[in-house]
Design a protein around this ligand. Structure first.
Ligand SMILES: NC(=O)c1ccc[n+]([C@@H]2O[C@H](COP(=O)([O-])OP(=O)(O)OC[C@H]3O[C@@H](n4cnc5c(N)ncnc54)[C@H](OP(=O)(O)O)[C@@H]3O)[C@@H](O)[C@H]2O)c1
Length: 239
């Protein structure tokens, strides 16, 4: 896909890799609708990125709100070619200590939110004569289970299955589907997780964003459907 002049939706655009995805896309000539709940953080992203970034205050778990926004924003003349389902969060705890609320929040954001937007955007992409691309941000936690992250694992394994089914379902409509499986990235994802401190050997958001650009720019009949990304040495550097 030639990115210039295209339109993208990026969820979770208010921080972390979503903000970095928005930066690299706007720099490549893409109009980006950045969705997240925090208007303040979205406006701060807009201050850096300029008018190609359109902040949209949105909780992706609220189907009616998402549906209304899609109906009001897009029509036959204005359709998105790129959807990056990135909004997500993780609560880490032993299974008997994970609260029902934490479990449901992870399912709502990491899975239902992805389904809602994909369900609403796919018909527009099917109508679009240009090549289109959906990128879902899972995690290495979508490939291997580990103690204290069973709930997060369940959502990211689920997202892998959703993505694989979607790739096979949508390929003949000219819509690519790619699922990312990154290891640890230095973002605010870990702010509420005491067990993990940010360190310089974590991957940087800009490197994940460069991978997104690469994957989007591949030739129309060339699909990278899964990408696993890890720091070569994941351990914190010795003092
Ligand atoms: N950091 C890592 O090590 C890592 C590794 C693998 C995969 N991932 C995945 O990467 C994605 C992005 O995470 P990040 O590392 O960039 O963390 P982050 O900085 O915490 O970003 C998470 C984003 O999701 C948004 N979000 C959360 N709940 C939302 C909701 N209900 N509706 C709309 N937006 C919502 C947040 O915005 P608001 O709070 O403003 O709504 C924020 O913009 C997640 O799916 C995460 O699972 C992260």
């Amino acid at each position: 896909m030639n990115l210039k002049g295209k339109t993208a939706i990026v969820t979770g655009a208010s921080s972390g890799i979503g903000a970095e995805f928005s930066k690299i896309l706007t720099e490549s000539g893409v109009k980006v609708y950045g969705l997240a709940r925090s208007e303040e953080k979205l406006n701060s992203v807009k201050e850096h990125l300029g008018t190609s970034f359109v902040p949209v205050k949105m909780d992706v778990t609220q189907y009616e709100d998402v549906e209304k926004w899609v109906e009001e924003t897009f029509d036959d003349e204005h359709q998105p070619e790129i959807l990056v389902n990135n909004a997500g969060l993780g609560y880490f705890a032993d299974v008997d200590e994970l609260s029902l609320e934490q479990w449901h929040t992870m399912l709502d954001v990491n899975l239902s939110g992805v389904f809602y937007l994909t369900r609403l955007i796919t018909p527009l992409m099917k109508e679009n004569e240009a090549a289109c691309h959906i990128v879902n941000i899972a995690s290495v936690a979508g490939l291997m289970g580990n103690p204290q992250i069973s709930g997060y694992n369940a959502t990211k394994f689920g997202l892998r299955g959703f993505s694989e089914a979607l790739f096979k379902e949508l390929r003949y409509d000219g819509i690519k589907v790619t699922c990312f499986f990154p290891g640890s990235i230095a973002t605010s994802f870990f702010d509420s997780i005491d067990a993990v401190q940010l360190h310089p050997n974590m991957m940087q958001p800009v490197d994940i964003a460069k991978t997104l650009k690469y994957v989007l720019e591949t030739p129309d009949n060339f699909l990278i459907n899964e990408v696993t990304m890890r720091p070569l040495n994941p351990k914190p550097p010795a003092d």
